[in-house]
Ligand binder design. Structure first.
Ligand SMILES: [Mg+2]
Length: 215
């Protein structure tokens, strides 16, 4: 019997890829105005900065931290992070958060699960602070019983540690959990390796129906 459904957050509950693009567009405009760097050049340099951070850190939550990408970018162009980094971070996230919209299936599904007294768990690879901001922006906090980020686990999906953390926090076993996520590699493989049933979310699938059948 399924007692808890684990959801990935980004690109499973809302349009993350699109929102990150909004963030990058706003950041590009700021960088052009402030440093006279063309968008293509900025995108290129930012990608290098991101790669540097990811290479340095490996698979941990901080490897997604835009503040570290921005800091690295500013170091690359010889500008002071203390003057610009926080402002750029806010420009990026304010724009990304503003563009967020929950997928239509989410609230009806969450309501259904709450009525059935099933727990709703978010398991997400990012730092806690920004995931809290997203949850607040999407106004879904009242439905969520547990949030588990890779920042608190120390490892990212599909690691066994991520799913162990869910079991520990919820007190539920693998047979009592179901995973719903967009990434086959992270969400589906990760859950299945941990013995948890999983459904891959795709935009063209009626997710409510699938979850209803599975539980
Ligand atoms: Mg995702």
């Amino acid at each position: 019997m399924i007692k808890g459904v684990i959801f990935d957050l980004d690109d499973t509950l809302y349009n993350a890829t699109e929102c990150y693009q909004y963030g990058m567009n706003s950041l590009s405009e700021y960088v052009y105005e402030e440093f006279n760097i063309q968008k293509e050049d900025f995108i290129d340099k930012f990608a290098t900065a991101k790669k540097d951070v990811k290479t340095q850190l490996g698979d941990v939550a901080a490897s997604h931290n835009r503040l570290l990408y921005i800091q690295r970018f500013l170091e690359m162009i010889g500008m002071s992070p203390f003057q610009y980094a926080l402002k750029m971070y806010e420009i990026y996230w304010n724009s990304a958060l503003k563009g967020m919209s929950l997928y239509e299936y989410v609230i009806p599904l969450f309501r259904m699960l709450k009525e059935q007294k099933r727990k709703i768990i978010i398991l997400s690879d990012l730092t806690a602070y920004i995931q809290y901001r997203k949850i607040e922006r999407l106004a879904i906090g009242d439905y969520i019983d547990f949030l588990i980020t890779s920042e608190e686990v120390g490892k990212e999906k599909p690691s066994g540690e991520s799913f162990d953390a869910v079991k520990k926090k919820t007190g539920l076993t693998e047979n009592e959990l179901l995973m719903v996520g967009d990434s086959y590699e992270k969400d589906i493989i990760g859950a299945r390796k941990a013995g948890i049933r999983a459904i891959q979310y795709k935009l063209d699938v009626n997710i409510i129906q699938e979850v209803r059948i599975s539980i």
